[in-house]
Write a protein that binds this ligand. Structure first.
Ligand code: MCN
Length: 782
């Protein structure tokens, strides 16, 4: 539990910028303080540098010609009219001698479903690339792209995953199936629900969402005089991108440098794709620099989508509220080309048990290809689907029993003294206090008073009814035991540089990682600079996804800083003719001295200057690769909604949240992360959905049609503090970048269902917007 915070004098933290009212629970430590983001002045002054800002002399503009049909055979591509425009060249699939792109090497992904970089025979979704226009400027490129005439012979589109699963129309006839991946087990235990007094079944659709980063994708590439290629990418994963580029283009990774400058959001979707590979291929093939920036509507159809999971659940237990068995049948829409999304039901399976001790769980997942935009990671990636399913199922079970949803949760929580805890789906939870989180948030919102108000409104029978929704969740960060790289180097002026393989694209790593290193080195935070994103400067890295950067990248930076301190002690010992064991670093002031003696002493600038003069500065540098088991952040959210039962309109009145990510490094940034996550979670519950018509034509390919909420659509959320450290790393930190998303959606969905319970409504599809709610009420009236 979070101890009472102690107010600390900012004089103890030389020079650091703190938010007013700043507190830290750790005396004389910068960690745990609300340090203002070092990167923000740059962004606020418009000084961020994105790929689009890159001056790249002589670069050609790339415009992709994209399929307007979801499924068709290509009869031919006529480029003559386009190429009649001045300085326009058109590349077709026949010209491209690289690829296919994917599928990625995740276990179980059907290898027969690779994506040609440019379609040659068949297009498989609206947005598939059929040709590439090269022009001197963007306007000409758009004009020329419209003049490229593609002769299509339409094929029957497969739009719903249910249709795809029938295998009647195959997207890849040579594969003989639309099945892209299996997860869990197809076996049914006939006795799964034995001993259950009550068994409830239902369906939940975790609808398809578009990631909508404010900066759309952007890529540029140039071949240097030495033949090495530099690719500037708006990405989350520069080092992995270099490997995939090398693999797809048949190059030695050493021939490629990837640079990711500032990136305006990714939300899981900005990992290397066919477009970026083509930019690099074109730069090599034509010997000219190339650049491309996606338009918004292009981003809405061509950047991979997220979620798109259909779940049938069955939950059973005793009349006193104990859950005994749970079964999930998952149908994952993978879109036209299987990438990460096809594999994600494996994570849903792993996290199926949620925060509950459920003795028997069955999971069967099938991922199928459809003629739609490919599905990849999107904030939460496989875990929101798990928590949405168990939290809806638990509420349905509670409703059947006539029991308060909070009470049913209490009766099933994994107890706080049961950690480490292995679930029957083989997740090894590190630390947690699930009941503690729920009680905290219930107290904070005044749960009993809310229920009393709800009862009163129901008695009065007005049109505006109150709904109260709970979700208790656990998620997984650093889900596949990854390793991250960190390097710390002391510069000649005594400042420090941290190099990290993590890649910040909105998460504030320049501040967080500087705080972590500053803490170990005893330097002011502004004397530490964080470098990332350039594969020539940072030796290795995995990048940022799965909310793993703080726990593994941050720990690697911390361990490297510790090693630098040890190296510095050796150096100081040499200068003072003492034993390194007798040298201490006074971290409050950043000075080395002999234990128990105030003098002689050397500050970091003095030590660095002396080492530089002696040509020993290079000794003050260390690298670390930190590998760790996953961690399991958890929390509880309560949502309060008002539903107009005549119009179906839903208004979110309150959202209170405990999001426990272990020890927090910077609560200010962590709260910002939860805030953004909650916005995404609420958006799924109430607003957003990618919609296709029966031909596979997207109907939501602009912000006019896609209900991307603005600040005006969201209430201020109420943060409730809780910190339960993880034993898996020295920082005690778990991830927090996705938690808000995972907790918020089921709380809001459950709140809408709770408001509608007296009206006989048992199911409302997400997004629970006015139309879906109104329809559900009318359906129930029948
Ligand atoms: N933090 C902390 N203490 C912890 C954990 C985190 O103080 N115990 C703070 C740190 O300041 C850290 C930040 O939270 O810089 C995020 O840390 P972490 O939880 O480790 O997450 P990552 O940095 O790995 O970010 C990934 C995560 C993911 S997977 C998605 S998707 C996502 C997200 O972050 N996409 C984002 N947050 C986003 N925020 C923005 N602005 N844009 C996106 O695209």
């Amino acid at each position: 539990m979070h101890p009472e915070p102690r107010l600390e004098s900012s004089a103890a933290l030389p020079g650091c910028s703190l938010q007013p009212g700043t507190v830290s629970s750790r005396p004389l430590s910068i960690l745990g303080n609300r340090v203002l983001r070092k990167e923000d002045p740059r962004f606020l002054r418009g000084e961020g540098r994105y790929v689009e800002n890159l001056p790249l002399e002589g670069a050609l503009t790339v415009t992709f010609v994209r399929s307007l049909l979801a499924h068709a055979r290509i009869g031919g591509v006529d480029t003559a009219a386009a190429e009649a425009l001045p300085n326009v060249q058109v590349i077709t699939g026949a010209d491209v001698d690289a690829g296919p792109f994917g599928p990625p090497p995740f276990p179980g992904l059907n290898p027969a479903m690779g994506r040609p970089l440019v379609a040659t025979d068949v297009v498989r979704f609206v947005g598939d690339i059929v040709a590439i226009v090269l022009s001197e400027g963007r306007a000409t490129g758009v004009d020329a792209a419209e003049l490229v005439a593609v002769d299509y012979d339409p094929l029957p589109p497969v739009v719903s995953p249910q249709d795809a699963a029938k295998d009647e129309v195959l997207l890849y006839p040579e594969a003989g199936t639309n099945l892209a991946c299996r997860s869990g087990s197809p076996e049914h235990d006939e006795k799964l629900f034995d001993g259950c007094d009550v068994v409830v079944s239902g369906t939940l659709v975790s609808q398809r969402m578009a990631p909508c980063p404010l900066e759309p994708r952007s890529a540029a590439a140039e071949v240097g005089a030495d033949g090495r290629i530099t690719a500037w990418l708006s990405t989350q994963t520069p080092h992995q991108d270099r490997m995939v580029l090398a693999g797809t283009l048949g190059l030695d990774p050493a021939q490629i440098r990837v640079v990711a400058p500032d990136v305006g959001g990714g939300f899981g979707a900005k990992m290397l794709n066919a477009e970026e590979v083509l930019i690099v291929w074109l730069a090599r093939r034509l010997g000219r620099p190339m650049r491309w920036t996606e338009t918004r509507s292009e981003s809405m159809v061509a950047l991979p989508h997220g979620r798109a999971q259909h779940v049938d659940y069955t939950i059973g237990g005793t009349r006193d509220g104990k859950v005994l068995a749970y079964r999930l049948d998952v149908l994952q829409d993978s879109g036209a080309y299987p990438v990460l999304g096809a594999f994600l039901p494996n994570l849903t399976a792993l996290m199926a048990s949620g925060v509950y001790a459920i003795p028997r769980i069955e999971f069967e997942g099938r991922s199928v290809v459809t003629n739609t935009t490919p599905i990849s990671a999107f904030r939460g990636a496989g875990r929101p689907e798990a928590s949405q399913a168990i939290e809806r199922a638990l509420d349905a079970f509670a409703a059947e029993l006539g029991m308060d949803p909070a009470e049913v949760r209490r009766r099933n929580f994994i107890p706080a003294d049961a950690f480490p805890h292995a679930t029957v789906t083989h997740a090894a939870y590190d630390s947690g206090d699930y009941e503690g989180a729920l009680e905290l948030v219930l107290r904070s919102v005044g749960y009993d008073d809310l229920r009393a108000e709800q009862r009163q409104r129901r008695q009065e029978g007005g049109s505006k009814q109150l709904g109260i929704g709970i979700s208790s969740y656990v998620e997984i960060t650093n889900g596949i035991d990854e390793t991250e790289f960190g390097e710390v180097e002391i510069m000649a002026d005594g400042s420090a540089v941290v190099r990290t393989g993590s890649f910040s694209h909105g998460q504030g790593h320049e501040t967080t990682f500087a705080m972590i290193a500053a803490e170990q080195l005893g330097l002011p935070v502004e004397k530490v600079t964080v470098h990332k994103g350039d594969t020539d400067e940072v030796a290795r890295g995995t990048g940022t996804y799965g909310s793993k950067s703080t726990q593994i990248g941050g720990t690697a930076a911390r361990l490297a800083a510790d090693e630098v301190v040890e190296r510095a002690k050796q150096l100081v010992a040499d200068y003072f003719e003492a034993s390194p064991a007798d040298i201490a670093l006074d971290r409050a002031v950043g000075r080395f001295r002999v234990v128990d003696a105030p003098e002689p002493a050397l500050s970091w600038p003095e030590l660095a200057a002396r080492a530089a003069a002696d040509e020993r500065l290079g000794e003050l540098k260390a690298t670390q690769d930190f590998k760790s088991a996953p961690t399991f952040p958890f929390g509880a959210h309560v949502a309060v909604v008002e539903v107009d039962v005549e119009t179906g309109q839903v208004e979110l009145l309150r959202l209170a949240a405990v999001d426990d990510a272990g020890t927090l490094i910077n609560p200010l940034i962590a709260e910002g992360q939860v805030h953004g996550g909650i916005a995404t979670g609420v958006a799924q519950a109430l607003y957003e959905q990618v919609v296709y018509d029966e031909d596979g034509t997207p109907l939501t390919s602009t912000f006019v049609g896609y209900a991307f909420p603005s600040a005006a659509d969201l209430p201020s959320w109420e943060a409730v503090e809780m910190e339960t450290p993880t034993p898996t790393n020295a920082l005690g930190a778990k991830g927090i970048g996705e938690s808000g998303t995972i907790g918020a959606t089921p709380a809001v969905h459950n709140a809408v269902m709770d408001a509608l319970a007296p009206y006989g409504v048992r199911h409302v599809d997400m997004p629970a917007n006015g139309e879906n709610v109104w329809r559900a009420i009318q359906e129930a009236k029948k």
